[in-house]
Design a protein around this ligand. Structure first.
Ligand code: HPA
Ligand code: ZN
Length: 326
């Protein structure tokens, strides 16, 4: 009870959140009707019942299907605003949001439609809720590098709104090396590089993300712990890991929350952060993730404070803003 009050009261930053993964079944249903998109579910309960995954790909199949109801700028606005209002209740004051433009442009939705809706909501969220933001554009790693280059081209008019690039979707079989050139170009354009690595993929993929993509943050990073030298390197370089406990559980990356790598990361001096990943699909927002991990690992007050502080230390914000949060 004490823990819950502490977690709720803490100002938090969320650094690993796919905005498309915050699409709650209720809004999915509403948008399906509004846009007259056919979905293979006849009730909100049926949608929730389908959210039972045994690996990352199981989830991704449903995640891409869920996106199909997002067609117009207002849909992206409603999606983003619903997320901001929800995390405002959790005490989140800064968000770094991933979006998957290729999940939409592949369906014929224009890049501009997507980003206009998302950024309009982010601006309103800052004004109305006081939540600051960064936007990180992800490349879908199951597609080829050429498609990623096209996406980077489409982002050019929006570089004042996009702070970073990420890499997501099906990890195994799609190593970071596949995207070496497009990440080099993105970095040259001033974009901050991060990548999902070591969620299902081996430690070697984390090495590649660091060496070839030159990422300055690692999304998930669970399997980096299998390699002691790699773990030491991540600690030495002060890199942030964006861990997602309930996601790990739902996608069977771990069997029990107790098996979360967070304790080992903290003990090894790594800057671990707690995030929700795709909260509508994985059964919890930031505070639920904090609560689950704090209970399972029996975290004390200092450890909970450290995890929350790590979110601001790893955030893409100026030193003076960070100082205000710490
Ligand atoms: N991993 C990879 N791709 C994703 C995820 C994830 O956790 N969420 C949305 N796309
Ligand atoms: Zn993710």
């Amino acid at each position: 009870a004490d823990r819950r009050a502490l977690i709720e009261a803490l100002p938090k930053a969320e650094l690993h959140l796919h905005i498309e993964g915050s699409l709650e079944p209720e809004l999915l249903f509403e948008l399906a009707q509004r846009n007259q998109v056919e979905i293979p579910f006849d009730s909100v309960e049926a949608v929730r019942a389908a959210y039972d995954f045994s690996n990352l790909q199981d989830f991704l199949d449903i995640y891409y299907q869920g996106m199909s109801v997002l067609l117009h700028e207002q849909d992206f606005y409603d999606l983003t605003m619903a997320y901001l209002k929800r995390v405002h209740q959790d005490g989140v004051v800064h968000v770094e949001i991933f979006f998957d433009p290729q999940g939409h442009t592949e369906r014929g939705v224009a890049f501009d439609t997507v980003i206009k809706g998302i950024t309009r909501a982010l601006d309103d969220g800052e004004e109305q809720l006081g939540i600051t933001h960064r936007l990180i554009m992800c490349f879908l790693r199951h597609l080829d590098e050429e498609a990623a280059f096209e996406t980077l081209e489409q982002a050019k008019p929006w570089l004042n709104r996009i702070h970073g690039v990420g890499l997501d979707s099906s990890e195994v079989g799609h190593p970071p090396s596949k995207f070496e050139k497009v990440f080099a170009k993105a970095r040259a354009m001033g974009l901050f590089p991060t990548a999902h690595a070591g969620e299902e993929g081996p430690p070697e993929y984390v090495h590649e993300a660091l060496d070839l993509l030159q990422v300055r943050r690692i999304d998930h990073g669970n399997r980096a712990l299998e390699d002691a030298a790699l773990t030491q390197r991540i600690a030495d370089e002060g890199l942030t890991l964006t861990v997602c406990p309930l996601s790990n559980l739902k996608l069977c990356v771990i069997d029990r929350i107790e098996d979360s790598p967070v304790r080992k990361m903290l003990d090894a001096g790594l800057r671990a952060t707690i995030n929700s990943d795709d909260p509508a699909y994985f059964g919890g927002y930031v505070n639920d993730n904090f609560q689950a991990i704090a209970d399972a690992l029996d975290l004390d007050r200092e450890e909970i404070l450290t995890l929350a502080r790590n979110g601001f230390e790893g955030a893409l914000i100026d030193a003076d803003v960070r100082q205000r949060h710490l």
